[in-house]
Ligand binder design. Structure first.
Ligand code: FAD
Length: 567
């Protein structure tokens, strides 16, 4: 069957169709702990390739029931969202170009149109040349691509102030399950009836269930779990509240992990970059005041409030030489000098339990320094040690530790691998002082090594344990721990994924967050857009029929050593 499919695809597909062993192995992994072997990997040249492939799959699904398409960009997805059993479509080889822009949108923003396979690092070069920025960039910004950010509704350290990817998608060209390519952009509700059946059905579904949908909205700042049905309808800014609504399918498509449609061109909003920034580090030995502290800091409107724990610090000091790489001699000396307080802490009082990084940005050095002083004064009653960084090199030390926490774990522990499965939980900051110790109690029962780092400003923490994958009980521990941790998240009204999305690893746990009625709405959405289940099956819909089960997770835990092959 594999040969037959390849042969048939090659008849119409302009890009490469590959099924060599090395290719299949490489594309069996993303940055998750899972492994799923595809049948074939294709590299589309343009939108026509995408349309023709989707059409062919749609027409041949009955003949080959296993046929499906998983869209893929850089494959840094930590949830298993970028792997699948059938056809993988990689956009990074050819569909990685600038289509147009950056051009002014209005007084405060610009826009730019790109193909999904453009890496963020290339995108950033274009925007920063004009002093512009896409402010929800990820910690993986040197690796990931723009289509993956669309697929996952990605977010990052500046999301606290600037929002997620969904807030920056102005329009997109999307190929739907029948092979048609359409421009998706906000429209007035009056235009829905001319916008096709999918729009009409989605509108009716949301309208008919409005009360339940509103009630089910997770009460956290960021949420990527399930389909994002909450912002598809919004009050029109043009006509004033109550005088009309805007209907925007991108609010649903962004973050749907390529399960509803595949983007072939995306127009993003970008904004001017603030020239100056300054960082304050706050050292906490006790987590008790964390919620109140974050609340007070938020009132000063910082650009970021990030955090990492003592275990991350220990790793950073232990593997300090890693930080010196690529810094040059002067940079190395400066960095070594700046690490002296950490070495001192290690030898004397020990590391603080949590370090908060609060960054302000603005139009002048004086302005940002003033904000830092204001912060120190504002939180003086907490009696915490604080430190305003002197310059960018010193600030970079803290950022390096925060951004590299995951990489540090991955590189250095023999026989063990990082296991992202409870890697993206979020609860409101006010619950953190109670939530974090309870979480620690659960994890300590399993004697796992893990670090805790994340976006403290919105209560989103990335916990990545190290695990020995040669142990026969690894799958059991992963499933058990997910159950317990997600129960705890549900108890505190949080979300099982703030930004990394559901993929294979979290889809079966969606019922912990949503009532059966809401899960049914997710299923109906999938049915409206993709009735034959040809787009990235096994993600987003937690039932046997669609493939999103715990059994599937257990059967696909990666055993090979190159689990993080591409990343
Ligand atoms: C070290 C590390 C740090 C990370 N830090 C962050 C972080 O700070 N914030 C964050 O949000 N994430 C983070 N991630 C997760 C990941 O990097 C992001 O989700 C990223 O945006 C994915 O981009 P990608 O190009 O690798 O996409 P891929 O992994 O290739 O795909 C991601 C999803 O998008 C779908 N998709 C791909 N192309 C399309 C398309 N054209 N149309 C529709 N759907 C598509 C895929 O099917 C998949 O479900 C991190 C990952 C790693 C390994």
């Amino acid at each position: 069957m594999k040969e037959e499919i390849k042969e048939q695809l090659q008849k119409f597909f302009k890009g490469e169709v590959e099924d060599g062993e090395e290719t299949l192995l490489k594309y069996s992994h993303d940055a998750s702990l899972l492994q799923v072997r595809p049948k074939v990997v294709v590299f589309p040249m343009d939108g026509d390739d995408v349309k023709n492939l989707v059409k062919w799959v749609d027409e041949n699904k009955e003949k080959y029931p296993g046929l499906s398409i998983t869209a893929r960009c850089a494959g840094t997805d930590m949830s298993g969202g970028a792997i699948g059993e059938s056809i993988i479509m990689d956009f990074t080889r050819h569909m990685n170009k600038l289509i147009g822009g950056p051009l002014p949108l209005d007084d405060s923003a610009w826009y730019i149109t790109v193909e999904p396979g453009m890496f963020y690092r290339d995108f950033e070069k274009i925007t920063s040349a004009k002093g512009l920025i896409f402010p929800c960039y990820t910690a993986s910004k040197s690796l990931n691509a723009m289509g993956g950010m669309y697929g996952n509704n990605s977010a990052g350290e500046r999301t606290l102030k600037y929002g997620k990817t969904e807030d920056y998608v102005l329009s997109a060209k999307v190929v739907f399950a029948d092979g048609s390519e359409r421009v998706v952009k906000p429209i007035s509700v009056n235009e829905i009836s001319q916008n096709g059946e999918m729009s009409e059905k989605t509108f009716n579904l949301i309208k008919n269930n409005e009360a339940e949908i509103n009630q089910a909205k997770p009460k956290v700042h960021k949420n990527s779990a399930g389909y994002f049905i909450w912002n598809v309808l919004s009050p029109s800014p043009l006509q004033g509240e109550g005088r009309g609504e805007v209907f925007d399918l991108n609010k649903l498509l962004v973050g749907s992990q390529g399960t509803l449609g595949i983007a072939t061109e995306i127009t993003f909003k970008i904004i001017p970059q603030n020239k100056y920034s300054k960082l304050v580090a706050i050292f906490m030995n006790d987590l008790e005041p964390l919620g109140r502290l974050v609340d007070e800091i938020l009132e000063l409107n910082p650009e970021t409030i990030e955090a990492y724990d003592d275990k991350t610090m220990k790793l950073a000091v232990k593997f300090f030489p890693d930080f010196l790489k690529n810094k040059g001699l002067i940079g190395m000396l400066k960095l070594m000098w700046s690490f002296i307080p950490e070495f001192k802490m290690m030898l004397t009082s020990g590391f603080p339990k949590l370090i908060l990084l609060v960054e302000f940005s603005g139009k002048s050095e004086e302005e940002v320094h003033g904000e830092c002083i204001k912060l120190e004064k504002r939180i003086v009653h907490f009696g915490l040690k604080t430190h305003i960084t002197k310059d960018q090199t010193e600030a970079n030390k803290y950022w390096d530790i925060r951004r590299e926490s995951f990489a540090l774990l991955r590189k250095h522990v023999k026989g063990m691998r990082t296991a992202p499965f409870i890697d993206d939980i979020i609860v409101r900051p006010e619950f953190l002082p109670k939530f974090l110790p309870e979480l620690n109690n659960i994890l300590s029962k399993y004697k796992l090594t893990y670090t805790l780092a994340g976006h403290a400003g919105d209560g989103n923490f990335h916990i990545i344990p190290l695990m020995d994958f040669s142990r026969t009980d690894t799958a059991k521990i992963i499933l058990e721990l997910s159950d317990q941790v997600y129960d705890l998240v549900a108890k505190y009204h949080g979300s099982i994924t703030a930004e990394h999305n559901d993929g294979i690893i979290r889809t079966p746990y969606l019922p912990k967050m949503y009532e059966p009625h809401i899960i049914e709405i997710f299923k109906e959405i999938k049915n409206i857009f993709d009735p034959k289940n040809i787009f990235n099956p096994g993600k987003k819909i937690p039932t046997e029929n669609f493939g999103g089960t715990k059994k599937y997770i257990a059967e696909h835990i990666a055993v090979e050593h190159n689990a993080h092959h591409r990343v």
